[in-house]
Write a new protein. Structure first.
Length: 427
């Protein structure tokens, strides 16, 4: 494999597979709040939060971690201001104390937090403006996060720019290293990668994501989709693959304080693309080396599929991650490019169109559905069955189908996204 492509794939895994605590959208709001308070150098007396509709959608119904079950945008930004450590980025709320929670309640009761919807086109936009003091002694700080959870494009204090990056309020361009992703190259990379280059991020993913899945099965979180699957459909490996992934989401959507190693900016996608592969590898008695190579496939396929869609949309990202999981499990069974390509196409044909209506308990059930689609897509290939070009949105060739699904999600479902957000804001 060309060194340029090899290095790019290692870089992508290191960029994407990072730990985060709780749902990543409220955490990104908390991160912005923590940065703003740190820049102001004191606790603000007034807070203005401007966010895009997709941020509203993904924060509305989910518990902000380490806040004792509190929900919503006001909680997220205030928790970042009062309790956050901005240096920890997506683990900004990992060290909250009981004393800080008491302080948080007092802060929420006395400070005005003004929330507005962003006028920008980009679906991922978080702006926090904070003020303290009055008259000549007034201080103000501003933080702007755009397009991705930790992509800080502007920080200023009293009008002085401390950080300013150029950006355009249009669809965010695909990073150069992502343009090198193809299913065929991903399989070649997985076959040949020096595992020392990927082991640290993949072993962290195994440890963190399995820990929260097991906590989800023990803890009675959310709608308990993982437990219901096991109680209802038994202990088969395919059911455990769905149940454990769903249980991880049950936990992280509903207040569990364990971190998740994310994929494409999403904890649910990180769980979906990894846990089923781990469950199958353990059932099959697969070597650690083969598991790491299969996780390389599942993670990179998931990232590849999500790249053309964008960070937030009306298209449920678990669909992409379910296809990635199917690809990784196919790899464990000895499948290589042809078999994995058919698995991915079959999976996308089955489940594309599942909507994202924000982060909440039902995400766990959607994950189970996405994993089931991935497993069915793989079984279709094993049984010499496939969807072919012309079957609905399927186009001849796996890369063409991936592009078609990206267009469907990014452009075709934009009206669906606006309607979902409108409906959620009314309730």
């Amino acid at each position: 494999m060309e060194k340029l492509i090899y290095d790019a794939y290692v870089e992508i895994l290191n960029q994407e597979l990072i730990p985060a605590m709780g749902c990543t959208e409220p955490i990104a709001v908390a991160y912005a709040g923590a940065l703003a308070a740190r820049t102001l150098r004191q606790q603000p007396e007034e807070v203005e939060l401007i966010v895009s509709g997709n941020i509203i959608k993904n924060v509305k119904s989910v518990i902000v971690p380490n806040t004792g079950g509190r929900k919503g945008l006001r909680t997220a930004v205030a928790a970042g201001i009062v309790c956050g450590d901005a240096s920890k980025e997506l683990e900004v709320l990992s060290q909250v104390t009981e004393e800080q929670l008491t302080e948080l309640d007092g802060y929420l009761s006395r400070v005005q937090i003004h929330i507005e919807r962003s006028p920008l086109i980009c679906p991922f936009d978080i702006q926090v403006r904070v003020r303290s003091g009055a008259g000549d002694k007034a201080d103000e700080a501003y933080v702007h996060i755009f397009s991705k959870h930790t992509n800080v494009v502007e920080i200023s204090r009293n009008g002085e720019a401390l950080l300013k990056k150029e950006y355009e309020d249009v669809s965010v361009p695909v990073p150069e290293n992502r343009k090198l992703l193809t299913v065929e190259r991903i399989v070649e990379f997985a076959d040949t990668v020096d595992l020392a280059d990927v082991r640290p991020v993949l072993e962290r993913q195994i440890t963190c994501n399995m820990a929260i899945a097991e906590a989800g099965l023990r803890g009675g979180y959310g709608a308990e989709i993982g437990r219901i699957l096991l109680d209802s459909y038994g202990d088969s490996v395919q059911n455990r693959a769905k149940a454990y992934a769903a249980a991880g989401s049950d936990a992280r959507m509903n207040g569990c304080e364990l971190p998740v190693v994310i994929n494409s900016g999403s904890g649910n996608q990180g769980l979906t693309s990894s846990i089923p592969v781990i469950i199958y590898a353990r059932e099959m008695g697969t070597s650690e080396e083969e598991l790491l190579r299969a996780l390389t496939v599942s993670n990179l396929v998931s990232i590849h599929l999500k790249t053309g869609i964008g960070s937030l949309s009306a298209y449920c990202g678990a669909t992409s991650a379910g296809a990635g999981a199917g690809a990784g499990i196919c790899y464990l069974h000895g499948g290589r490019f042809s078999e994995i390509a058919h698995t991915v196409v079959n999976t996308l044909a089955i489940n594309s169109g599942m909507i994202c209506d924000g982060a909440k308990s039902s995400c766990a059930a959607k994950i189970a559905s996405a994993v089931e689609a991935g497993l069915l897509g793989m079984q279709m290939n094993i049984h010499d069955s496939e969807f072919v070009g012309g079957d609905g949105i399927v186009v001849k060739g796996v890369e063409n189908t991936i592009r078609a699904v990206g267009l469907l999600a990014r452009e075709g479902m934009s009206g669906t996204d606006r309607q979902i957000i409108s409906m959620m804001m009314e309730n």
